[in-house]
Write a protein that binds this ligand. Structure first.
Ligand code: 25A
Ligand code: L14
Length: 336
């Protein structure tokens, strides 16, 4: 019997995440009959390779999704709000990478290692969480199941690729400008990112947290299906190209020793423990880049409280944080 194949659209195909989606569909041999690569009019006519063929990028419009089975969106929240419901009306299932629908009660917010069961209740749209949230919940879910997490205190060290291609270019351009004693021009970020750390990701909200910080709070509770977890986040942009790192402190209801946590995480799906301090081994963004796993290390007991742990969690934000997670959702949808 031949396997069923699907027509797939990638909206935002020319962006950092869209590009990675195309590679991952190829790498994992997703059963594609036809692929449609969509972007804005800026990219119309551009050619991208898929399965050894050149595919022409077309402009996203209301007819783009006719005949599409699965639409992967990563063109920003405004485009998702404009086109996702049209895609659903045209008969597609939308897996949306933007923040547009994540907190909508009727939209499942899914990390396959954590809450794959939520996919079944979709009504056409499935949301892919924020990159910093995804890697954190993959590592924390097994601990939450074992000893219940009461409180999370997280600080992130996020790479520029999360912002997209222009930000990747801005970090390299600023670095070259500084080495050449030229004036630094900030276009994407409000301040110099080269050789600097910016305690602002996305815009500020009324409570003085940033949107990125509040996404981590609200999305984590939705994915772990537990509104009682206390969470506080500080999200920081660092001059790294690929891979987000996170310092995570948790307080648990029952005691979990560092050894027990290492054991638990060694058997967790999607997680790789890298925690050999004698060999100076711990997760690093440069090593996590282009990999699929969520890397966890520096696992140790928080000696300031009775039942607490510290962890260092690193993953490729464009892969597990975005494109890979979306395609894993698609794989569950089609039952592979
Ligand atoms: O959901 P949010 O919070 O609103 O955030 C969404 C944004 O965050 C990025 C992603 O950027 C997205 O735009 N992102 C990173 N991680 C993410 C994640 N996990 C994530 N988003 C969600 N989940 P990106 O760079 O990866 O992708 C941008 C893509 O969006 C396409 N796009 C823009 N407007 C569109 C559109 N597609 C359809 N219709 C529209 N109206 C965009 O395509 C890209 O594919 P493009 O054609 O606009 O860009 C092609 C080239 O043009 C350059 N460029 C970008 N902006 C400008 C520009 N050139 C000139 N002027 C500009 N203003 C880019 O370098 C690109 O190569
Ligand atoms: O909500 O700039 O998915 O690192 C992902 C990229 C938010 C911003 C999201 C970044 C965006 C984030």
């Amino acid at each position: 019997m031949s396997i069923k194949r699907y027509s797939v659209a990638v909206a935002g195909a020319t962006g950092a995440v869209g590009n990675e989606m195309i590679s991952i569909l190829e790498e994992r041999e997703f059963p594609v009959t036809e692929i449609k690569l969509l972007a804005s009019d800026r990219s119309e006519g551009k050619k991208l390779e898929f399965g050894g063929k050149d595919i022409t990028v077309t402009k996203t419009d209301s007819n783009s999704f006719n005949g599409i089975d699965i639409a992967l969106f990563s063109a920003g929240a405004d485009r998702s709000k404009e086109f996702a419901s049209l895609a659903v009306k045209a008969g597609a299932i939308v897996i949306d990478n933007s923040s547009a629908f994540r907190m909508a009660p009727e939209v499942p917010l899914v990390v396959p290692e954590v809450n794959p069961h939520a996919i079944a209740r979709h009504k056409g749209i499935i949301a892919n969480p924020n990159c910093s949230t995804i890697q954190m919940v993959v590592a924390l879910k097994p601990i939450h199941d074992a000893v219940r997490i009461k409180r999370i205190v997280v600080s992130t060290y996020q790479s520029v690729s999360g912002t997209g291609k222009e930000a990747i270019e801005e970090l390299s351009q600023e670095t070259r400008d500084i080495f050449n004693c030229r004036e630094v021009k900030c276009q994407v970020y409000p301040h110099q990112i080269a050789f600097n750390c910016l305690p602002q990701i996305d815009t500020f909200e009324e409570n003085r947290y940033t949107k990125e910080e509040m996404k981590m709070v609200n999305e984590t509770r939705k994915i772990l299906e537990d509104d009682t977890i206390a969470i506080t986040a500080t999200a920081v942009r660092v001059p790294v190209f690929y891979g987000h790192s996170e310092s995570v402190n948790i307080e648990t209801e029952k005691k979990l020793t560092a050894d027990e946590a290492r054991e638990l995480l060694s058997n967790a799906s999607g997680v790789k423990v890298v925690d050999n301090i004698d060999a100076l081994e711990y997760p690093l963004a440069v090593k996590a880049a282009s990999k699929d796993e969520v890397f966890v290390g520096r696992i140790r007991e928080d000696e300031s409280i009775e039942k607490g742990l510290n962890l260092w969690i690193v993953s490729d934000n464009i892969r597990k944080g975005a494109a890979l997670n979306a395609i894993q959702i698609a794989e569950i949808l089609i039952g592979v």
